[in-house]
Design a protein around this ligand. Structure first.
Ligand SMILES: Nc1nc2c(ncn2[C@@H]2O[C@H](COP(=O)(O)OP(=O)(O)OP(=O)(O)O)[C@@H](O)[C@H]2O)c(=O)[nH]1
Ligand SMILES: [Mg+2]
Length: 461
């Protein structure tokens, strides 16, 4: 099995920052130890399952890699939507609670920004934030949402992990801790806490009733706040405040503020697209199984947590994959890692890609690169963000979408060329994985390629 060592490029790539403070170091070590414990347990069980399964029948294994928020779980949802329709439909309504939580989280972020602005307004300030009594009132009337947020997070239980975020220097969106899912069976057990039907014949009908009552209670509060939530989000002073702080809520994961009218209703049922857009951070490594008609193979997909402290848990999966799908969110050229505000997201992705390409043990593994979040890239460039400002090597090229995409694509190609131990082909797709229709077409191509490759490998073995 592959082990981390001082010379291991992935270990070097994820090494902590040199000037880390003692408090930050202690917090990181604690988080890493806990993540390691959970992950070791999961790894051991997965290994036993893998051996047992391989004995029974052949399967195709795919590992999803990339930094946090790169779109790994969203890609997995697209696979599920396409190949595990029944499970998808069974789980879809349980995502309602996660979507409500995403929406509430955005509102709480706005409320915190308002509180901060109101607290710092001075009578001598020549450009005070244009907030008034109306905003104080909205803040008061929306306060019950904080209780609902805590309640929902409590019910997510082990899945609701507090993670302190590094606020970093200036201009950074303050965020409440983000909830995550870390159970071995992925989001399944997290979602079951929100199922309104009995889980199986044995389940006490009263337990299901209690969940129904609780869901109705939460929905009641959300519906009661609908008008005020809309008033807050559509308020011109709030929009102005966001503009001044250069905060683009639309680009935040789990953005549902434009859908309040539809979501904050008594009978709201999540659509496929809502589930695709819902945000639930992954911790550890999760295994999902699909039965793909073509070739009659079972596919096992592994979705991993992408934050820096999660990456050490990727190793054990490297030696046993038919393919790796690497997600590189190219819209992130002007963003910083949430877990370490000093690091540019694109730089971090380049570093991961370089490491992956250079690993000898992966030199025979098929790699598929998704240059993801193309929709957000287009949105950003349209809004006037200049690549050159954030990526000096971009030089005097035009800020047109096609030029930018080509530039990033050739940069990834160059890294692969320079760092692969032996030259190999890898496949690139320009994606926006929240677009289920175009992603379905991409997945079909990916599926064909992986299957062909895995059959070839089986022949060679
Ligand atoms: N607009 C847009 N949003 C995307 C795209 N891909 C993912 N997202 C959103 O980005 C957020 C993060 O995506 P995830 O799939 O949860 O990211 P992840 O890589 O699994 O992140 P971790 O679990 O933290 O490692 C979600 O809210 C997605 O809906 C995309 O191509 N375009
Ligand atoms: Mg994830």
């Amino acid at each position: 099995m592959f082990r981390s060592s001082d010379h291991d490029p992935l270990a070097a790539a994820i090494a902590p920052p040199k000037n880390e403070s003692p408090a930050a170091r202690a917090a990181r070590l604690r988080a890493e130890a806990e993540a390691r414990r959970v992950s070791d347990e999961i790894d051991e069980q997965l290994k036993l399952d893998r051996v047992a399964r391989r004995r029974q029948r052949p399967c195709v294994k795919v590992l999803l890699l990339g930094q946090s928020e790169s779109g790994k779980s969203t890609t997995l949802k697209n696979f599920q939507l396409q190949y595990a329709r029944e499970t998808w439909l069974e789980e879809r309504s349980s995502w309602r609670a996660i979507i409500q939580l995403n929406l509430i989280r955005s509102i709480v972020t706005l409320l915190d920004l308002i509180s901060e602005a109101l607290a710092t307004t001075s009578p001598f300030d020549t450009s005070p934030p244009p907030l008034t009594e109306k905003h104080r009132l909205l803040r008061l009337r929306l306060a019950p949402l904080r209780g609902v947020q805590q309640d929902l997070q409590r019910r997510l239980g082990a899945a609701a992990v507090e993670e302190s975020t590094d606020p970093g220097p200036g201009g950074v969106l303050p965020r409440p801790s983000e909830f995550a899912v870390r159970s071995r069976d992925g989001w399944r057990s997290a979602l079951e806490r929100f199922r309104t039907r009995p889980q199986d014949a044995q389940e006490n009908a009263r337990a299901a009733d209690a969940r129904v009552r609780k869901a109705a209670e939460v929905t009641g509060v959300v519906v009661g706040c609908a008008e005020d939530m809309r008033a807050l989000w559509e308020d011109s002073a709030v929009q102005e405040m966001l503009r001044r702080k250069k905060i683009r809520m639309e680009e935040e994961p789990g953005f549902f503020l434009d859908d309040i009218e539809r979501i904050a209703t008594k009978d709201y049922e999540p659509s496929d697209n809502d589930v695709i857009r819902a945000r639930l951070r992954t911790l550890g490594v999760q295994e999902y199984s699909f039965w793909v008609e073509q070739g009659g193979h079972e596919w096992l997909m592994y979705d991993v947590g992408g934050t820096r402290s999660s990456r050490a848990h990727w190793y054990p999966y490297f030696d046993d994959m038919d393919a790796i799908i690497f997600l590189a969110p190219i819209s992130s050229f002007d963003e910083r890692l949430r877990e370490d505000r000093r690091v540019n997201r694109l730089e971090d992705t380049y570093m991961l890609w370089q490491t992956l390409c250079s690993l000898q043990m992966l030199s025979k593994t098929q790699i598929i690169l998704f240059l993801n979040k193309c929709d957000l890239l287009e949105q950003k460039l349209r809004a006037g963000v200049r690549v050159r400002t954030h990526v000096p090597s971009f030089g005097d090229r035009s800020n047109e979408v096609e030029t930018v995409k080509k530039y990033f694509q050739s940069h990834f190609k160059e890294i692969a060329r320079q760092h692969s131990p032996e030259q190999r082909r890898y496949y690139v797709h320009l994606t926006s994985v929240i677009d289920t229709r175009s992603t379905a077409a991409t997945l079909r191509t990916v599926e064909d390629g992986i299957l062909r490759n895995s059959l070839r490998r089986a022949d060679l073995l």
